[in-house]
Write a protein that binds this ligand. Structure first.
Ligand code: NAP
Length: 274
């Protein structure tokens, strides 16, 4: 068995870079799971020069279930043991797009692709290891019901899709925490807060004003990374981390009436890749 690695999805993004750099500086071996290898390779090279740890980069497009399955096969083929899986990658798209399976893209990347990746990698996670998901304050306005997958170009709204995906991710965290306790795997979610990254750019007339008023008072990517880093170094499970503090996932989400429905529907989509 090779040495243990921490996998960071979206490792070349704003918060992803901060997470990856912190881990590499602490001496963790890291696999940067990135959609665009050419864009993110220079960071990988820099971290290998700067840090006394091994940093690798591997291609992963969470919108493509073929790509997710290929990534997981490569991990299995190389007999890599995973210390921690940090599911950081995410999107919030201004306009409607769909994955090859016809799932709206935000839900497809943030929830469906991330769920398939996690399912395929669980057997490679060491006992005592961690899975960390990324949630967002928008989980409070998200809806999970029988319309979850019914986003169309006509009814699409970026917050509608994004908040759905983040609530679903929070329900998944609660479910997997319970399921994987017996295997000694810690499953938690990190909430980065509101962070100064491209994601909060609204492509709207008020962006320059918001940039001047809000960007100076919201978190930096390094501050936003703290929640995922603390969750990935904890001895607890089923918690939401807000920087160093954490709390139970509320029972309304642990016992969500539509969770089983969502799980069944998601499995209907991903079964060919399992
Ligand atoms: N910024 C905030 O205020 C905030 C608040 C709460 C939660 N979050 C969450 O924090 C996480 C990181 O966001 P961020 O603010 O750092 O945004 P970001 O800078 O846009 O980073 C997003 C990362 O996800 C990757 N990604 C997007 N689509 C992908 C796909 N199909 N396959 C694989 N990777 C993909 C991006 O890759 P590319 O670089 O190739 O596009 C990028 O590395 C996200 O889950 C986000 O929802 C952010």
């Amino acid at each position: 068995m090779s040495k243990s690695y921490t996998i960071v999805t979206g490792a070349g993004g704003s918060i992803g870079q901060a997470i990856t750099r912190a881990l590499a500086r602490e001496g963790h071996n890291v696999i940067m799971a990135c959609r665009n290898i050419a864009k993110d390779s220079p960071l990988c090279d820099r971290l290998n020069d700067e840090c006394n740890s091994k940093v690798r980069i591997m291609q992963l497009d969470l919108s493509s279930l073929d790509s997710v399955a290929r990534f997981a096969q490569d991990i299995h083929r190389e007999d890599i043991e995973i210390d921690t899986l940090i599911n950081n990658a995410g999107v919030m798209l201004k306009h409607y797009q769909a994955t090859q399976q016809g799932v709206e893209m935000t839900v497809g990347v943030n929830f469906v692709g991330t769920y398939l990746l996690t399912r395929l990698l669980v057997p490679t996670i060491r006992q005592g290891g961690h899975i960390t998901f990324t949630t967002s304050l928008t989980r409070y306005i998200g809806k999970v019901d029988h319309d979850f997958f019914n986003l169309t170009p006509d009814n699409y709204g970026r917050f509608k899709a994004y908040s759905r995906s983040k609530l679903a991710t929070t329900l998944l965290t609660a479910h997997l925490a319970q399921e994987l306790t017996s295997q000694g795997i810690h499953v938690n979610a990190g909430d980065p807060g509101v962070v100064d990254t491209g994601m909060i750019h609204m492509d709207a007339w008020f962006d320059p004003l918001a940039d001047r008023l809000f960007r100076p008072i919201i978190s930096t990517p390094e501050q936003g990374a703290i929640s995922a880093l603390c969750a990935s170094n904890s001895n607890v499970s089923g918690q939401i981390f807000d920087k160093t503090r954490h709390h139970d996932i509320p029972s309304k989400w642990r016992n969500h009436p539509h969770w089983q429905w969502l799980l069944d529907e998601t499995h209907r989509i991903i079964t060919p890749w399992l």
